[in-house]
Design a protein around this ligand. Sequence first.
Ligand code: ATR
Length: 275
Amino acid sequence: MAEKRAFVTGHPIAHSRSPKIHGYWLNKYGIDGSYQAIDVAPTDFADFLKSLGEEGYRGGNVTIPHKEAAFAGVARRDHAADEIGAVNTLWFEDGVLWGGNTDGYGFAANLDQYAPGWAVNGPAVVLGAGGASRAVIHALKERGIKDIRIVNRTLARAEELSRHFGPGVSAHGAVGELLADAGLLINTTALGMHGDATLSADPAGLPDHAIVTDIVYVPLETPLLAAARARGLNTVDGLGMLLHQAVPGFERWFGRKPEVTPELRRMIVADIEGH
Ligand code: ATR
């Protein structure tokens, strides 16, 4: 049988860790497949999508800046992609190009691994209102969290997400008293906790049972996670979200659900620390 082929596309793409993750699994399971990084400029992305079938790809991942263009360009989308408004995973079903979004799945699976039972822990405070925040809010809603508080420097963006996700999702311009009864604190801003007073969410203000997680994984221990750990709270770093979001795509293209093993994590940690 022909080699099964998949890819990750972005612009730039050289620093993507996805080829290492999928390459590890292909090797571990002895699958006759490949996963390559393909740099595609935004102006070429529509043509790239059209060429996938004839190039023989089973599908692939899409990253910055193509997630919205992929959302618009696929023939069908799964529910998560529609809710999040972006596509990070492509695959063919009966010759039709599908787009899905596995970022919310990866977020939840990471917490399942390192903080089992986390979903009974609401209310949740989410810092940031960008693309990553949408995936996190989608996952929180799916897991039944009824009180989700978005805090963002630009209040209007938080309000837009609050409207999009509906009842139980509120918008705030500052953290204020929001942490006092929160069970989960999630940072989705690239910036982490540096430099902006409105996002100075001090984990000291959280209850003892709260879980703190950051989707940023470089550095592995962000200032927020360090402060939460010093306060004695349960913390989960963001690397597991990257590893777990890769699982559904691999399973679709290569036919086997891969495991997020300690060995895989060590390999990617070494890569992060080496750069
Ligand atoms: P992503 O897709 O990674 O979430 P994004 O859509 O650019 O990226 O969103 C970045 C998030 O980080 C936003 O919530 C942004 O706040 P604004 O909506 O107010 O721009 C937040 N962010 C980025 N830089 C920031 C800063 N210096 N201070 C506070 N928030 C910041």
